[in-house]
Design a protein around this ligand. Structure first.
Ligand SMILES: C[S@@+](CC[C@H](N)C(=O)[O-])C[C@H]1O[C@@H](n2cnc3c(N)ncnc32)[C@H](O)[C@@H]1O
Length: 251
């Protein structure tokens, strides 16, 4: 009998086909307080990391630019791209979770972005989008949650045009001496109780801190990006390696 394929859901080992439902449950629970919790637990740092991601993308001020933000959640990265780009920048914010997208759509309406943004409910592993249709692809704090990462990377490559840029912002286990201890103590002792206080549930944030420890080291993840076909692959560490921005090109 063939062994079942397994993966991580935090520190738990699960069958690969079980992970997505567990992840979806996490984000359905936290959607309405997701943005507030990000500010509190990262002491605002996620804003700087996302701004750095968008500065690297550099959407043009006047030329047309079609962008796909995958695992776009409540629209935080998509909105930054619209602000940085010109009037002909269009962003499709795609996510598997309708609750997260619902918060994003309300925020976009408040901000008055009109048809410069669209929200698409879809799985990053199987994009319902044509080949070679985007100039840029971003995924921020999303890839760690996807059960079959190589499939999502292959899909990113497929939907990008030649010359298109792939950028991924993601946490990694911290390996800098001293910072690693402080970070671990903060992650495991402060974040889950803080999550309980703000969202009413510690479990989604216990999952968050555990899932970061299971994510590949930046060099290994860069190798996965190369395996999907991307070229000139590189990464940049942010805040002592708490987060990294990975970059690749479809040439
Ligand atoms: C931590 S949130 C990041 C949201 C946003 N990018 C940000 O940085 O604020 C992770 C998001 O990944 C989404 N996600 C998880 N698995 C996914 C999948 N297979 N396909 C698309 N989105 C997925 C979740 O629904 C959630 O909205």
């Amino acid at each position: 009998m063939e062994a079942a394929q397994t993966t991580h859901f935090g520190f738990e080992n699960v069958r690969i086909e079980e992970k997505q439902a567990k992840v979806d449950d996490v984000f359905h629970k936290v959607a309405s307080r997701y943005d507030l919790m990000n500010d509190v637990m990262s002491v605002g740092l996620h804003r700087f990391w996302k701004d750095t991601l968008v500065a690297m993308l550099r959407p043009p001020k006047s030329a047309p630019f079609r962008h796909l933000d995958v695992a776009g959640g409540t629209g935080d990265v998509a909105f930054r791209i619209l602000e940085a780009g010109g009037p002909r920048t269009h962003v499709d914010a795609l996510d598997i979770n309708g609750s997260m997208l619902g918060v994003g759509a309300d925020r976009a309406a408040e901000k008055g972005y009109g048809d410069r943004i669209a929200f698409i409910e879809c799985n990053a592993e199987a994009l319902s989008l044509p080949d070679k249709s985007y100039d840029g692809y971003t995924i921020a704090f999303g890839i760690r949650n996807v059960p079959r990462i190589p499939l999502a990377l292959k899909e990113a490559y497929r939907v990008l045009k030649r010359g298109g840029r792939f950028l991924c912002l993601e946490f990694a286990p911290v390996e800098m001496p001293v910072l690693d201890r402080i970070y671990d103590a903060y992650s495991f002792n402060v974040i889950p109780p803080m999550g309980k206080m703000i969202t009413g549930d510690a479990q989604p944030y216990q999952y968050l801190v555990e899932s970061i420890r299971q994510f590949p080291r930046p060099d290994a993840f860069a190798g996965m990006i190369r395996d999907a076909g991307f070229e000139n692959v590189s990464y940049r560490a942010l805040t002592g390696g708490i987060a990294n921005i990975h970059s690749g090109w479809k040439l």
